[in-house]
Structures are given as C-alpha cells and as structure tokens.
Design a protein. Structure first.
Lengths: 542, 447
C-alpha cells in the first residue's frame, strides 16, 4: 500500500495543496469541531439498529466514525504540503436471511441513517437468493456503554504545526548536512473517533491515535544514486514517540541505531546522510548463501508477510482468493498438530493489546474484546486469526477480535492483529547474536518486499547492509536481497536476542480486501539470526 | 445525494467562492456513489453500497496558501471550511514555488459516463455474481470474485474564472477460479465504463478454462525465456514505469530518465534528462489520451489544466515528461500535466495468433506483488500467478509452476518480438506482448 492511498482515503481533491507554515502556532484541534456527543451517537446508532430490525435484520451493527488525518510533507528546506482532513459518517451492517448486507452514508440525519439501514437490508435480501451457507456468528455478550482511548501522553493533533514543521526541516538539514542531496520527510497523524453499537447490546466509544514520521533521503554519486529511508516505526502513540530518548536507543557497533519506544528523527536523518555517502562507495554483494542477522525494523516486515498474512483465516479458507490470495498454511497442516512452521526457537503470537502498537484497541470493529493468543508455539502451527463469522470453521466458539474497517464508509472484515516473535528467554543482546556469525550479512530497515499469493516464495531487501566477518560487523555493502521459502526460512532460525532488544515496528498502510482497504499493524521482535539463506545481487545494467 | 449535476455543482461552488476573502481560492468537489458484491467459496461473502461527497478548499494570500476539507454541506459548514483554509493561509510563509491559478480553460469532451452503470441495482450485482458462480460449480470448481461499479464526479472552480466538471462511471470485475484440491487456479479481469459490456459468465469461462488447464503444473528451471505477457501481466510494470516519468526527478539526477554524463562531458553544457533519447524498441508508442473511445479519462487534471493527447514515448524515443507548473517555468518548458490513462499502441494479432507463432515460450496471465528493486534501472521483482503455461510449436503444451521474475520494463520494451491487439485493462489500453529474454529468478510453489 502506497502513500497515495492515504491521500485518497483523506478524500483530498485540491491539485496543488501547497501549504508552508510560519512561526505562528495553530493546532489541528483549533480547526476542528468538538467530538460528537456520545449520547447523540447512541441515539443515531439506535435509529440504525431499529430500522434494520424493522426491515427484517436478525443482527445489525452500526459504526459512527469521525476520522481526522493530518499529514505534513517537507522537501529539503521547505514545507511542501500540510493537509487536515475530516470525514464523518455511518456504516450499517446487517444479517438478513443469513446473508450479510452493508450500506454507509455521510448524511447523518435520523431519516438518512434509517434509510441507510434499510438499504443494507435490501442488499442482504438481494444476495440471499443466491446464498448457500448462512452466516453463523460466534457469540458475543453485549458490554453496554464503554469507552477506551489509545494511551497517549501528547496528543499529536494538539501539537502546534510549527513544531512539526520545524522538526521535519531540522531532520532534512541534518541529512543534507551529512551527505544527502535530497530528502522528503513526512508526518502522518491519524485519529479514529469510532463508535460501535450492535443488536447484542454493546455501545463502544473508542478514540484511537496513530503516528508515523518517515523520511526518504537520496544521495547522488558519479555513477548513479542511492536511497536511504528512515528507520523509525509507525506507532500507536502520541507525539511523545518523537522525543528520541536515549534509553530507547540500541546502538549496533559499526552499523545503525535501533529505536524502541521513542525515535530520534534528527539523529537518524544525520546518520542517513553519512550512510548514503558510504552506500555510493560500497561494494556490491557477492551472491551466495549467508547467515543473516536481521534487525527488528527489518524483520517486522518479514514477519508481516510470511507469518501475519498466511495465518489470516479468511485467506486460508479462500475468502481472499481473488485478491491477496490463499495460504500455504492450510487447515490440514494445522489440524495435524505437527506442522513445523519454524525451528523450536520460534514462538509467534498475535494480539491487539500490546501498548504502543498500531493494532492496540480494547474492542474490535464488531464489538469483540481484544486479547492475545499463540499462532506458532515452539515452532508448531497452533492457531489462526479469525472474526466472529469464521471462527466456527476452525471449531472454536470465541472470535479472536480481528475485525477492522478503515472508515465508516467501508465494511469491516478480518484484518491482521499485531503478530510478533517472542524474544529469547535469555536476555542476550543484538551484538551477542552477531558475535557468533562467521560469514554473514546484517540487514537493517525495511526495503523492497515481495511474496507469492500463498506465501511460499519471498524476496526482501533492506535499507542498510553490512558484512559480518568472524563475529564483527565490517564493510557496508549494497544490492542485497534474500530469497527464501517461508517454512525453510523460519526453520533456519537459530538464535535471537532477548527482551531488552525487543522492538515493535509496523506497517501503516497494509492493503487487503475488495474494495481494498488499509489497516495499520505492528510486529514486535528482537534481532534474530537465520542460517544459510540465499542472497542475490539486485544490481543490473540496462 | 453525492452525485451533483454540472449545474448543481457550479451553484454550490459559486456559493463557496462568495464566502472567500482571499486573493485566490480554488475548490475541488468530488462525489461518488457505488455498489459492490464479493463472493468466495461459490457463495456471496460481503456486499454493500457506499457514497461520499468531499469539498477541498485552497485559499491564497499573495504566495501564502492554506487548505481544508469537509464532507458536510450546510451553509455554516461551507463558510467554516473557507475560513479554516484562510486562517491557515494567513499563518503560512511565502512559498517560493507557488504558482498563480489558471484562468478559464477549454476542454475536449470525454465520453466517460454511461447511464447503464449508474442504474445498476443490488439485484443486478447478485445476478452477475451468480452467472459467474454457477458454471464454476458445474465444473466442480471454486469461484471467488468481485464486482464493483461506481459513478464519480469531479468539479473544480477558482476565482480566476476556471470551472471544470466531469462525470464518469466505472465497472470492475475479476474472478479467481480454483480447483477443489487447490492444484489449479485461473483468473480473469474486466474493466469498462459501460456496464452493458460486462458479461460475467463469458469472462468467467476463461478463468474456468485456465483453472482446469493449470492443474499439475511442471517445474521449469528459472532463467531467461521468451514470454507472452497478457495485458493484465504487463500493465503493472508499464504503470510503474509511466508513474516514474517525471521531469523534475530526471533533472535532479534521481531517475532512470536522468542524463548520464559521457566521459569528459561538461555537466554544465550537457542535458539534464533523456528527453529525445531513443531508449526503447522503435515499435514502442505510449501516450495518454482522455478522448480514447474505449478507455476514456477526464479531460482535465486535478488543478483544472486541460489534458490533451500527449505522447510519452514515440517510436521508442522519450518525447515528453510530466512536470509541474513551477518546474516547467523554472526550466523554460511547457507545463505537461500527468495523464489519466496509459495507451500503448500494438498490432492486430490476437493472443491466440501470438501463441500460434511462438516456437517456444511461456504464456503469463498476470504478475503479482510487483515491487521496485532499483529505481535507477527500474528493476522490479514479482511473481506470475493464476495461469502460467509452456508454449511449444504454437500450442500450449502444459501448465508450469509459477516463477519469481526480476526484470526491468526498460529491458522488456527493448526485447519486443511482437505486439498484439490492445485491450482495456484498469482504464488503460495495453497490447499483449511477446518479449524475449525475460528474466525469471526462482520458482514458487504457490498455485
């Protein structure tokens, strides 16, 4: 999923959207109205639920959403773009004659809301003529009126725009002062104010915050150009993530600084400038088999693609066959109780409860209380990720709480929770992992990534590559990508660092479904070693 | 109602202009309404109808600009969004790259709107899905598909006299048909402006045929092969290449279109980009044309500037690169907006005829998960999917296992053996292509 989709979601239509900023502070909140009153949301939701029931629905839920986005884009010495978007509306989902129906509207008058619920029922009725298997929902007990908020310390929407612009421009100057020729830096802020109500008797008000501050730096040399992207993570945090606290830095001798629960954007940009100069002079990798040591800001994406997606139950069952694909992790492998997904060191778990993570909420978008559970235990596949209407197909009667919709406008469906790799019980460091490697490559940051539709064959690049010789990081190298097969790869996992090295990275724009929707999801892991992996050289003359 | 007529849109936007106190104001109004149906495991999974209307207002004082958006349309909301954009503009510093708004423009007409698409009902969608599912079931296959149709409109107004309006319709259909044991998979996609052209049963028969034909695929060694890329297979690589066409990045030295200095050449006197260079086979002609009869696009870009037919590659030579009004002025060239579609010329041969004339090759239905490996060579990776077949002596001999490819569209468009008759795909016109020495780097077990 690309950044342009964020703009599309924001519904921004103006062509140029140029908005530089002065020294005068203005907060996003000043530009926006107060949140909608909860009692009014409940009244509207009840109108939708009652209209749906009156039209023949056996189940209905209503999601009233107000989605605020802000994105700030800078380029070198100037602010390119600051956009505030606001979108509000209601989506109503119903089951009628055992069939799903959905409709949404931005017009939230009582009459429009009732009509939208009736449209959802009409859609369900039309489809029920061809429905062969009625929808079966796992039970959920209504929770009454509850509320939850992302545990933020500094609401990023309230931070003056000047502070945001200054931070990005300072980072740009740091990168250019250290060797970058060009840099684009950005700040993406998301606030989902979402209210869920269902005929089960739940009225759930949640205020969700997310933040991401990526940059893309370019260095130009005699024989071409190189790029180095930021190593910060998208997070479920407030502006405090950008405090860059020393305690959250993990320094890898001879390579990069890793960031845990806060990020030093300016320091990373300065490092990017220096590393770009090194990249332009770096030797090209010799293809072959290497032991790889993968830093968390890189490995998170490998987990996302090779564990998170193949264990989505809707993929396994074929619901995503026409778009994202199916999965090699079929039900027979799970049922056997013996499928060796990875080596016995590999423990992968799912959750929507880790603090600071992108997936962190109290209830999912169909009113299910969130939790954590094992996916791969001691290397064996033990479970999937499921929603209310699918979990009975794996003989379980409790939803995993994996339902999500990107906005009030779109229907909710199964989305990936946080999927993370447990750290080593012995709290060894990243450098302890590196010191045993004779001939290897250390990879930091996420680069190019591609995987087949059943999640067997993958190829990943990165941002920074270093040779490891006799336990030490030596030269910076370039043009590295590794190709592997998911099961072989995870079975080649031989070592990982402990909890002190565990870091949570994530994907801000994970795409899935038809019509395609984005979601944000995190993956925690420590620095981890994989033996004897096929590395290719991506340089080519054209 | 989220689709406004030209008159209603103009009335609303004119009202917005009246609230303005800025030197310049530009408003974009975008509305959409549509419906969709999704099916899998031979039954309907989700379906719905969605609509929205969004107003974006950009106000400017001197060279200071601010922007705000809203999706509520009572008078108080309209005034509020104008005031918000003006407050931001007053706080903004001067932007050295600010360019004045365009005055009134003349536009060509594009036939982008079809009433048949606007009139689709939930019952129509359900029937279209059923028409795809029934033949799959009859063949003991499993269908998963998606049908979506929508009406959109876009209106732009500014206080320099510019007003532009366009309404369009789109229909997208695709289906993946798999065998019950998961050993075969076929896929097809259709994209039209006019819903009347969609026949889901006929389209699905192709996916069914490919699904049955792809069972028990044989493994071939990775390497360089002659391939026939169906339009759905090449559109991803071509789309990525065209998106990377940009004068500024090329002039700044960070594009595959940046000029490479020759030994001893004076950088100050050398060109900055590859405009005028022959980079591709001379049969390559790629352009944008909003008035294309089969794949039309809106006749104006998002800043209200007219879109006309513009060549990007003519007889293998780069002849235009999109830029911005600022970069055009800075470099003393004409402003060239991005296009709304990609049209690539081809020949008259059908896909079947291209297969017949192939001694040895690989037919590729589609490419999947395409990602950039190196922006300076436009090297991409990805995989074949849902129907990959070995061709020998003009006939499809047997299905083969999917490959990962590592290839650049620059290489691809230099290795052309033949171009077939273009087809509409994702709003573009792309021919099937026979390409020699296409690089497959590894095998995939995925079906």
């Amino acid at each position: 999923m690309e950044r342009r989709d964020f703009i599309k979601i924001g519904g921004v239509g103006v062509g140029a959207l140029m908005l530089p900023i002065t020294g005068i502070a203005i907060s996003a909140e000043q530009m926006l109205d107060k949140p909608m009153d909860v009692a009014y949301k409940k009244k509207l939701a009840d109108i939708a639920l009652n209209a749906a029931k009156a039209a023949g629905a056996s189940y209905a839920d209503a999601r009233i959403g107000r989605y605020l986005n802000q994105f700030v884009t800078t380029r070198e010495t100037r602010v390119d773009n600051i956009v505030n978007t606001e979108s509000a509306g209601i989506g109503v989902r119903v089951i009628t004659n055992g069939t799903w129906g959905f409709a949404s509207t931005s017009n939230m008058t009582p009459d429009s809301v009732a009509k939208t619920a009736e449209r959802a029922v009409a859609v369900a009725k039309a489809n029920s003529k061809f429905q062969t298997v009625p929808v079966k929902l796992a039970p959920v007990k209504g929770v009454g009126d509850v509320s939850w908020q992302t545990p933020i310390k500094k609401n990023a929407m309230e931070v003056p725009i000047k502070d945001k612009a200054d931070l990005l421009l300072t980072a740009n100057a740091a990168a250019m002062g250290n060797g970058a020729n060009y840099i684009t830096s950005m700040l993406f802020l998301v606030n989902e104010q979402k209210y869920f109500a269902s005929t089960d008797g739940s009225y759930i008000d949640q205020d969700v915050h997310r933040l991401w501050a990526p940059f893309y730096a370019t260095g130009i040399g005699k024989n071409g150009f190189k790029q180095r992207n930021g190593l910060g993570n998208p997070v479920g945090m407030g502006f405090e993530y950008l405090d860059g606290l020393e305690k959250d830095k993990i320094k890898i001798t001879g390579a990069n600084v890793g960031y845990n629960n806060s990020y030093d954007l300016v320091e990373d940009a300065a490092a990017a400038g220096k590393q770009l100069k090194a990249k332009l002079k770096a030797k090209s990798v010799e293809p072959g088999k290497y032991d790889l040591v993968l830093d968390p800001a890189h490995l998170m994406l490998t987990i996302h693609e090779s564990v998170g997606h193949p264990l989505e139950l809707d993929r396994v069952l074929g619901y995503e066959a026409n778009y994202a694909g199916t999965s090699f992790a079929t039900l027979d492998k799970w049922k056997s109780g013996k499928f060796q997904y990875g080596s016995d060191r590999v423990n992968l778990f799912a959750d929507k409860t880790q603090p600071y993570s992108l997936g962190n909420v109290a209830y999912d978008d169909e009113g299910v209380k969130t939790k954590d559970w094992d996916l791969v235990k001691d290397g064996i596949l033990v479970n999937y990720q499921a929603t209310r209407d699918q979990v009975h197909m794996i003989d379980q009667n409790e939803s995993h709480g994996c339902s999500y919709s990107q906005s009030w406008r779109d229907v909710q469906f199964q989305r990936m929770p946080n999927v993370s790799l447990k750290p080593n019980e012995q709290d060894i460091s990243a450098e302890d992992v590196i010191k045993d490697v004779e001939n290897g490559i250390y990879i930091a940051g996420r680069g190019s990534f591609s995987i087949d539709q059943q999640r067997y064959n993958f190829q990943f690049g990165g941002q920074l590559f270093y040779e490891i010789k006799d336990g030490k990081i030596t030269d910076q190298i370039e043009d590295v990508a590794y190709q592997s097969n998911t099961q072989e790869f995870w079975n080649s996992c031989t070592q990982m660092a402990g909890k002190s090295d565990y870091r949570v990275g994530g994907s801000f724009f994970d795409g899935k479904g038809q019509p395609s929707q984005v979601s944000a999801v995190s993956h925690g892991c420590p620095t981890t070693r994989f033996n004897n992996i096929n590395v290719i050289n991506t340089a080519r003359n054209v | 109602m989220t689709i406004l007529s030209e008159q209603k849109a103009k009335e609303l936007l004119t009202k917005v202009l009246k609230y303005s106190k800025a030197d310049e104001i530009e408003c974009n109004l975008n509305g959409s309404i549509g419906g969709n149906i999704r099916y899998a495991r031979n039954t309907v999974s989700t379906a719905g109808e969605e609509s929205d209307l969004v107003l974006a207002v950009q106000s400017t004082f001197g060279k200071k600009t601010g922007t705000a958006t809203i999706n509520e349309f009572d008078d108080a909301s309209l005034e509020k969004v104008v005031r918000r954009s003006e407050e931001l503009a007053k706080l903004a510093p001067e932007n050295e790259e600010h360019m004045p708004l365009f005055g009134p423009q003349k536009y060509t007409t594009s036939k982008t709107y079809f009433e048949s698409t606007a009139n689709v009902t939930p019952e129509n969608r359900a029937q279209a899905a059923e028409d795809s599912i029934v033949p799959s079931k009859k063949n003991k296959l499993v269908a998963a598909g998606f049908l979506e149709e929508f009406v959109t409109f876009s209106a732009i107004i500014n206080n320099k006299g510019l007003f532009a309006y366009n309404q369009s319709t789109d229909v997208d259909f695709s289906v993946t048909v798999r065998t019950e044991d998961g050993k075969g998979s076929g896929w097809v996609t259709r994209n039209f402006s006019d819903y009347k052209l969609l026949d889901t049963a006929k389209a699905s028969s192709i996916a069914i045929q490919k699904s049955i034909g792809s069972v028990d695929a044989k493994a071939m060694e990775p390497g360089k092969y002659t391939v026939i890329l169906e339009p759905a297979a090449s559109v991803g690589l071509l789309g990525n290449m065209v998106r990377n066409f940009a004068q500024r990045g090329a002039d700044e030295g960070r594009s595959f279109l940046s000029y490479k200095l020759k030994e001893g050449e004076d950088a100050a006197k050398a060109p900055k980009n590859k405009l005028g260079q022959k980079m591709f086979d001379e049969r390559v002609n790629i352009y944008t044309d909003p008035g294309h009869p089969i794949a039309p696009a809106a006749p104006f870009s998002r800043d209200g500037y007219p879109r006309n037919r513009t060549d990007w590659i003519k007889n293998g030579t780069v002849v235009n690169m999109p830029n911005s009004p600022y970069w055009a002025k800075k470099t003393g060239v004409a402003y060239v907006p991005r296009g709304g579609n990609i049209i690539m010329d081809g020949g008259n041969e059908s896909l079947e005829e291209m297969i017949k004339s192939t001694r040895r090759g690989i037919l590729v239905t589609r490419l999947w998960y395409i990602r950039s490996l190196d922006p300076q060579t436009l090297l991409y990776t990805g995989l074949t999917r849902d129907g990959t077949f070995y061709i020998e002596d003009g006939k499809i001999k047997y299905p083969i296992k999917n490959f990962r490819f590592n290839e650049s569209p620059i290489v691809m468009l230099n290795n052309i053996e033949a171009l077939g008759k273009p087809e509409r795909i994702d709003g573009n016109m792309i021919p099937p292509m026979k390409i020699r020495d296409f690089t497959f780097s590894s095998l995939s077990d995925a079906v």
